[in-house]
Design a protein around this ligand. Structure first.
Ligand code: NOJ
Length: 788
């Protein structure tokens, strides 16, 4: 391995890996299952049957009997072979190591031709011809980029999310891959953390449903099919709770909080049959996750019954040296003993385990177990039957970045946008007159794909300007001016103009740029301002301490507002921003996140009302950074604030309200919804019976629209302090204008359970409040007594 100074590798490391192959053909893809509006939990991938397990065991026993110690250790080695890396080291001498049987897996090599060549190195040269597993970060789509995960979550549509994962698997497997480092299910309640963009947000219940949907989408019902990928749930565990939102920082939290709030999505992925788990960079209770036996063995394997393989994050074994846990040999041994099977890029296992075994610091069964789990993954993927089963050049030519896939990406994106404000029906835009499109993100296609879209070609995405032109029709005149740079801080802009997401700075002075925008605005009926962050202002190592719109953009907005014309802000962001001032001043705000390859036309579809926005935020938008961490499911203090006004000796701030700018679950529509009262099947319950809570929701506006109806529960008296409300159900329904639907939720004692101070998963008899509404703040409520 070699240290590098840049995070981008211009060339691959060795000749075979460097073969330049570009996929250009775009013919029809297989159609994934159609989407529907109703959210329902995904089916769970079937486990192997007993005879299948026995067959696999016989095969692997026989293989392992033939393996030398070095060959076994070689299987535990995962190297990076391709274009992008996420650390300061890269793998070297990869071809040679493959020939010697020192490599179990490679990631970041793509295309069937290249993967076939690498696989041939292993099959034709290594003694036992053990196939290599090929991974990649397929996070939100593959070549066809879908909206970032935080946006997908905002759809609250599990079938849509499953379909996006299915399509990503279809494309990635057509390009030779069989393993994805996704889903990322880290709960995050801190929008300073850049990787909140890759997460589902703050809620464990919703996060668990999404984790399941993604695993199902990637893995399908049979891992050995050549169009499925093995999923890898990450980052185990608690990575989203890094102190102060600073990436890679320490994590410290109570076990009660881990079990109730942070663990559920990882467990949901395990229950759904995820094939692999990635350990996280952070420490947990003072021990880095990668070497944390309590996490990797006691919780993951013993309590949850996980049987698959555990891989480290990028050099996270080696990074335990900087955590202060010893030298490479010590931290490698610690990791293996903790339950880690595969070492990503760091080669600590490869270079030290033999010595550790000789010195009695690790045992042969520990090495054997890790090796077995990796061989089992390869077996389940069908690689022992045919190591080239994912290397079908024809599929690569016909199934990637097709018109059909792009159409699905566009439709998906429209369902993730969140209408944050819409005074006097400013939106949708009329299909006539003149629109001034201004703002630093209006004409950027590169930034549309969002962070961590390693396989998408950002230059093939469609900008908002082009999307608007495509969709507007001939009666609309569109004027464009940039108006401002993303930020006045050119160094920050340069730091985040990476991974092909270029943003060329306009070096004219700010006033000239604004004057140009005002000229466009002067001739317009309405102004659409494309504001926000660059894509790489979120993502890995992109934490921010200031969540306001940068000053350059605020100045531009003020100048536009001063024209007296309606200004619609289209907000590009990978995290909740604190846009209090903009919310106060603007009539309409549409949050579009980073919508993927087809963001431009998708935004236009929604701006013109061809699609009605139905997204709801899944991470609370704070009023300012000082409120962070901020989330809806907080616990009552002993001195709760009563009402909204400041009270001395109560839990509140002197200078800001306790309430967020936009609460969890919030999002508007071009129509309005009325909620009736909750009807409970019984006000008194006993034992393991099921309660039904029903509410009538009416579309009281003039257009059809979808509403996410959310069920929250509060356990009013318990032996532990409990959250004021917790999401326990949701349904996304479509209503025609004037139409009413009865929405029913069933509540069982499962939904009442929590981990108590002894970490027992229990429910306690007493009073529960049942709340239903269109967001976590505005709910109707009823009370039920539930006895044992
Ligand atoms: C580091 C990231 O934390 C992880 O999410 C990713 O899968 C690996 N790098 C591999 O690229």
């Amino acid at each position: 391995m070699r240290r590098i100074s840049s995070i981008f590798l211009p060339m691959a490391i060795c000749s075979v890996l460097a073969m330049p192959v570009r996929i250009t053909a775009q013919v029809k893809a297989q159609q994934p299952a159609a989407s529907s509006t109703k959210s329902r939990p995904s089916a769970i991938a079937p486990a192997q049957s007993l005879p299948e397990q026995a067959k696999m065991k016989t095969f692997i026993d026989a293989l392992m009997k033939k393996m030398t110690l070095d060959e076994k250790i070689g299987q535990l080695n995962l190297l990076v072979g391709g274009e992008a890396t996420t650390g300061s080291v890269v793998s070297t001498g990869v071809e040679d190591k493959i020939r010697k049987g020192q490599v179990g897996g490679i990631f970041s090599v793509t295309s069937p031709q290249r993967i076939r060549k690498v696989q041939e190195l292993a099959i034709n040269n290594s003694r036992l011809k053990i196939p290599i597993i090929f991974g990649l970060d397929v996070i939100h789509g593959y070549r066809t980029a879908f909206p970032i995960p935080l946006a997908l979550a905002a759809s609250w549509d599990m079938e849509l999310i499953e379909r996006s994962a299915r399509m990503a698997a279809q494309e990635a497997s057509a390009d030779g891959l069989n393993w994805t480092f996704s889903p990322m299910v880290d709960i995050s309640r801190d929008p300073r953390w850049g990787r909140i963009a890759e997460s589902s947000g703050e809620d464990p219940f919703l996060g668990s449903a999404i984790a399941k949907a993604m695993v199902k989408g990637y893995q399908g019902d049979d891992l050995s099919k050549n169009n499925t990928l093995m999923a890898c749930v990450k980052h185990f565990a608690l990575y989203g709770a890094s102190e102060a939102g600073r990436d890679y920082h320490s994590v410290d939290m109570s076990r009660i909080k881990m079990y109730n709030d942070y663990f559920p999505p990882y467990k949901a992925a395990v229950d759904a049959g995820v094939g692999s788990v990635m350990s996280s960079f952070n420490d947990v209770e003072g021990i880095p996750a990668t070497g944390n036996k309590w996490l990797l063995t006691d919780v993951l394997r013993k309590q949850w019954g996980f049987k698959g393989l555990v891989v480290s994050d990028y050099t996270s074994v080696n990074e335990m040296i900087d955590h202060g846990l010893g030298d490479l040999q010590a931290v490698s041994a610690l990791s293996l003993k903790a339950g880690l099977d595969m070492d990503m890029v760091g080669e600590g296992f490869l270079t030290t385990l033999r010595k550790s075994l000789q010195e009695g610091k690790v045992t042969q069964p520990e090495i054997d177990n890790a090796c077995r789990r990796i061989l089992e993954a390869k077996y389940k993927l069908g690689l022992f039957d045919d190591p080239y089963r994912y290397c079908d050049e024809n599929r690569a030519k016909t199934e990637i970045f097709t018109d059909a896939n792009r159409k699905i990406a566009r439709e998906t994106a429209t369902r993730t946008f969140v209408l944050l404000k819409n005074l006097n029906n400013t939106l949708p835009l009329q299909r006539k007159g003149t629109i001034a499109l201004v703002g630093p993100l209006a004409n950027s296609k590169e930034n549309m794909v969002g962070t961590w879209a390693v396989s998408a070609d950002p230059s093939k995405a469609t900008s908002l300007l082009d999307g608007l032109k495509q969709v507007a029709g001939s009666n609309v005149n569109i004027l464009y001016a940039r108006g401002a740079n993303v930020t006045e801080d050119s160094a920050l802009e340069a730091r985040t103009s990476i991974f092909g997401k270029l943003m060329e700075r306009d070096n004219r002075n700010a006033d000239t740029l604004i004057a140009e925008a005002l000229k466009a605005a002067a001739g317009a009926d309405v102004i659409v301002a494309a504001m926000g962050e660059l894509a790489e202002m979120t993502g890995e190592a992109s934490s921010r301490s200031d969540l306001n719109l940068p000053r350059s953009q605020k100045k531009l907005l003020d100048a536009l507002i001063a024209t007296g014309k309606p200004v619609v802000m289209v907000l590009f962001t990978g995290r909740p921003l604190s846009i209090v001032e903009e919310d106060a001043k603007l009539p309409a705000i549409l949050n579009v996140w980073f919508g993927g390859s087809e963001a431009g036309p998708a935004i236009a579809d929604v701006l013109f009302g061809d699609q009605n926005p139905s997204g709801k935020i899944t991470a609370t938008f704070p009023r300012n950074v000082g409120q962070i961490p901020i989330y809806y499911s907080y616990r009552s203090t002993g001195r709760p604030l009563q009402g909204d006004n400041f009270q001395k000796f109560r839990s509140n701030y002197l200078d800001v309200s306790n309430t967020p700018l936009y609460p969890f679950g919030y999002g508007l529509s071009y129509t309005t919804f009325n909620y009736g009262d909750i009807n409970l099947s019984s006000a008194k319950m006993k034992g393991n019976k099921q309660l039904t809570a029903t509410i009538t929701v009416t579309n009281s506006g003039k257009v059809a629209g979808e509403e996410v109806v959310q069920l929250y529960i509060r356990d009013k008296v318990a032996s532990n302090t409990r959250p004021l409300k917790e999401l326990k159900g949701f349904q996304k329904i479509l209503l025609q204008p004037g139409e009413s639907k009865q929405v029913s939720f069933t509540v069982s004692t499962e939904e009442l359970k929590f981990y108590n101070h002894e970490l027992k998963h229990i429910w306690e008899a007493g009073e529960f409040e049942i709340m239903i509404g269109g967001n976590s703040r505005d709910t109707k409520s009823e009370t039920v007594w539930w006895d044992k």
